[in-house]
Design a protein around this ligand. Structure first.
Ligand code: ATP
Ligand code: FE2
Length: 325
């Protein structure tokens, strides 16, 4: 069975082709980049419309398959920005109608988890989903992916990118700040803000920004990351303790951070748990993760009529009945 998956929730437009064994035959994407400032929804959709056809063609060529050989089309139904989501949904509907293929809308966050599980072979993890827009600590309970804790304001990647922008770095600044982390071990006091099981990052960002020019950049980068990642690690540890799970799966763009991997890894060793990090290409937003989710949901019997193929900007992780496990 082959699924073609379309990702268009935020800055990335991607098309992936994946088979039943989670072998990735193609995973083509193009990211909308800006010189400054954040993502503007109508600009995103224009970007996606412009690259959609060529990304689709590239993916088919790379896979060596014809569209007629695809068994099911999947797209990211949400969460994300409406205008961007609608480009992916529209392409999915067109392909479905033109080539008479079944079509499915899937949850973007859950797709991160399932492809991460399939590629690392972990079974029942607490997932740390750390990306630009999202920061959630998730675990399976009673056939739902329950969000145990999450950011109440900005995503952790957004925190790093915004701080980087204040230092004059381009987008995304996460990788650069991650390198700086290892050049210092001088901690400058910053606010640590965990509320129950949830996280708040904006006060931390403001406090770090006010120290720019007063504290060396590398010490500030170290302190910002150290604080934010310690907050995330604390909540993850509490989710492990509550659920008695023994695996942690780290996904999302910030999963590439060596500093975060180090901190979570240390906590896991201390608790007798194991940390799993999938390859970077699938940790980032991509079509392959949507395609894999399409395969497992289709095999479990999920069916969509064309009228079901709407998008949902606030499509929550815990809204989805887990029929495939
Ligand atoms: P989502 O739509 O799931 O919120 P996203 O749009 O933020 O995802 P991703 O590709 O998942 O996109 O993540 C991008 C984020 O990852 C950026 O904030 C970037 O700075 C951060 N990032 C990438 N590499 C690293 C790294 N090595 N260290 C820290 N952060 C990183
Ligand atoms: Fe994502």
């Amino acid at each position: 069975m082959l699924c073609l998956g379309i990702e268009s929730t935020a800055h990335t437009f991607g098309v992936g082709i994946v088979n039943e064994k989670c072998q990735i035959l193609a995973n083509e994407k193009h990211m909308h980049v800006t010189q400054e400032g954040g993502l503007i929804p109508h600009e995103l959709s224009e970007h996606h419309y412009q690259v959609a056809e060529s990304i689709l063609k590239k993916a088919l060529k790379k896979s060596g398959k014809k569209i007629e050989e695809i068994d099911v089309i999947a797209f990211a139904k949400g969460p994300g920005m409406g205008p961007a989501l609608r480009v992916g949904a529209l392409m999915a509907r067109i392909l479905s109608l033109e080539f008479q293929k079944p079509v499915l809308g899937v949850n973007h966050c859950i797709s991160h988890i399932e492809i991460g599980k399939a590629l690392t072979n972990c079974k029942d993890p607490i997932t740390v989903y750390a990306s630009g827009g999202n920061t959630q600590i998730i675990g399976l309970e009673n056939k739902r992916y329950r969000v145990f804790g999450e950011t109440l304001d900005i995503g952790i990647g957004n925190l790093l990118d915004s701080f980087g922008r204040s230092l004059g770095f381009g987008f995304p600044a996460g990788p650069k700040i991650d390198e700086m982390y290892f050049q210092s071990n001088k901690y400058s006091e910053l606010p640590y803000s965990v509320k129950g099981m949830d996280l708040v990052f904006s006060g931390l960002l403001t406090a770090a920004e006010t120290k720019i020019g007063k504290v060396p950049q590398k010490d500030l980068a170290f302190s910002l990351m150290h604080t934010a990642f310690a907050m995330l690690t604390e909540v993850t540890e509490r989710a492990l303790a509550h659920t008695e799970k023994k695996e942690v799966l780290l996904v999302g763009g910030v999963a590439a951070s060596k500093a975060l991997q180090k901190m979570l890894g240390k906590m896991c060793v201390e608790r007798g748990a194991k940390l799993f990090v999938p390859p970077k290409e699938v940790c980032m937003d991509c079509g392959a993760m949507i395609a894999w989710q399409g395969i497992i949901e289709f095999k479990a019997g999920k069916k969509h009529r064309l009228s079901d193929t709407t998008v949902q900007q606030r499509y929550r992780t815990d809204q989805v009945p887990i029929i495939w496990l």
